[in-house]
Design a protein around this ligand. Structure first.
Ligand code: SF4
Ligand code: FES
Length: 383
């Protein structure tokens, strides 16, 4: 990834996209308070048809993309999911389903297996059913997820469980990992909530304190030792929140470098959050993917390094982190070309430090989180 970032994102020689994320729908039975879908998701009505998605897959594969994720919203809401998975496999993609598990049953697991699906990732909210219900807005979802996780494992899939960590569940990480162990997970992503979309709206109620974060990392390290002693092969990936770094991540491996998202209505984005940026993204209903990727203004805007401002422009590390995340820069400063404030060299780094201080003393109850919902979505609708 670093090599591609150095050559494609910074030196201007654009390579082919490697990853295609197909956000099949923004519809979802859950209402997670950290949903990464846009705040105005309800304004997106006209989802691509099966034929249009099939054409997207063909074009992406012809360009050289090899990995694809089906996500949403909840991709299982789409009744053509199996058909699209089968087409993706026929084209030669490695396919991954990113799901809440709701909408899954044994028959659908079998149908997806027949379609050739390579990999399933199920999200869990917590080990505690009450916390899970409060953050996802559904009292029944947790039990259903556990049942489906067991069914996925029984069907022979390598199972990755994804748990978004935040200040209301991170102190129970010991129980979370124990639950994943009991479910037979092959890998667990302990992904601290990143502050985009609905999570940014709820930041004060979600960002853990540094003390919480350090305790959780220590617990994860102890679990790794215990698992190794038992000879249990369950990989634990602990993803630190951006807000506790001193340098930003090279988001998406660089803007328009290796990653392409197609939104439910056909908008093509360099990342799943870019929709809230003040720019208009091209749509597969109007233009081909190849033209969009190589020639469209939005995809070229933050390639290379000519767009960078100081301190990135003259920084030795600019080829490593490409100035961080454009979405985070915009959310925090109102300028998508600014240095990501996560960087301690950014003149706006004080915004991150203030958020950390706020997290040390925050008392907001889990019930005060704004759950993803259509009413709020209309409030934030741009149209
Ligand atoms: Fe990266 Fe910019 Fe910070 Fe340098 S100033 S480390 S390029 S974000
Ligand atoms: Fe959009 Fe980082 S999430 S560029």
């Amino acid at each position: 990834m670093t090599d591609r970032t150095d050559t494609a994102a910074v030196n201007g020689a654009t390579g082919a996209p490697l990853w295609l994320l197909a956000e099949l729908t923004y519809r979802c039975p859950l209402q997670c308070a950290y949903c990464s879908n846009p705040l105005d998701f309800a304004a997106v009505q006209e989802e691509l048809t099966t034929a249009e998605w099939t054409e997207v897959l063909r074009q992406a594969r012809a360009m050289g993309a090899v990995q694809m994720g089906f996500s949403g919203g909840e991709p299982l809401v789409r009744h053509d999911l199996e058909e699209l998975v089968a087409e993706a496999r026929r084209l030669g993609f490695y396919t991954n389903l990113i799901t809440s598990g709701l909408g899954l049953d044994e028959a659908r697991i079998e149908a997806l297996r027949e379609a050739g699906l390579d990999h399933i990732q199920i999200s869990l909210q917590a080990a505690d059913p009450d916390v899970a219900a409060a953050v996802a807005g559904s009292p029944k979802a947790h039990a259903k997820k556990l049942t489906m996780a067991r069914a996925v494992k029984a069907a022979g899939y390598p199972m990755v469980l994804n748990v978004v960590l935040h200040r209301h569940n991170i102190d129970r990480i010991d129980e979370i990992i124990a639950l994943c162990d009991e479910l037979g997970a092959d890998a667990v992503e302990l992904a601290n909530c990143q502050m985009y979309g609905w999570a940014h709206l709820n930041r004060e109620g979600l960002l853990p304190s540094r003390a919480q974060l350090e305790a959780a990392e220590a617990t994860t390290a102890r679990w790794r030792e215990r698992l190794a002693e038992r000879g249990r092969d369950m990989r634990l990936l602990f993803v630190v929140p951006d807000y506790y770094g001193e340098r930003p991540k090279a988001c998406m491996g660089g803007w328009g470098s290796i990653f392409m998202t197609v939104a439910p209505d056909g908008a093509v984005l360099p990342c799943h959050s870019a929709r809230m940026l003040p720019m208009t993204f091209p749509n597969v209903r109007d233009r081909g993917l190849r033209e969009i990727w190589y020639d469209s203004e939005p995809f070229n805007r933050y390639r290379g390094d000519a767009w960078m401002q100081e301190p990135c422009r003259s920084c030795d590390e600019r080829h490593k982190d490409v100035g961080g995340c454009r979405c985070q820069a915009y959310l925090l400063t109102g300028d998508a070309a600014a240095t990501d404030p996560v960087c301690s060299l950014s003149p706006n780094h004080h915004l991150i430090e203030a958020a950390r201080r706020e997290a040390d003393t925050a008392t907001r109850a889990i019930e005060a989180l704004t759950l993803r919902n259509v009413h709020e979505s209309r409030v934030f609708c741009r149209q």
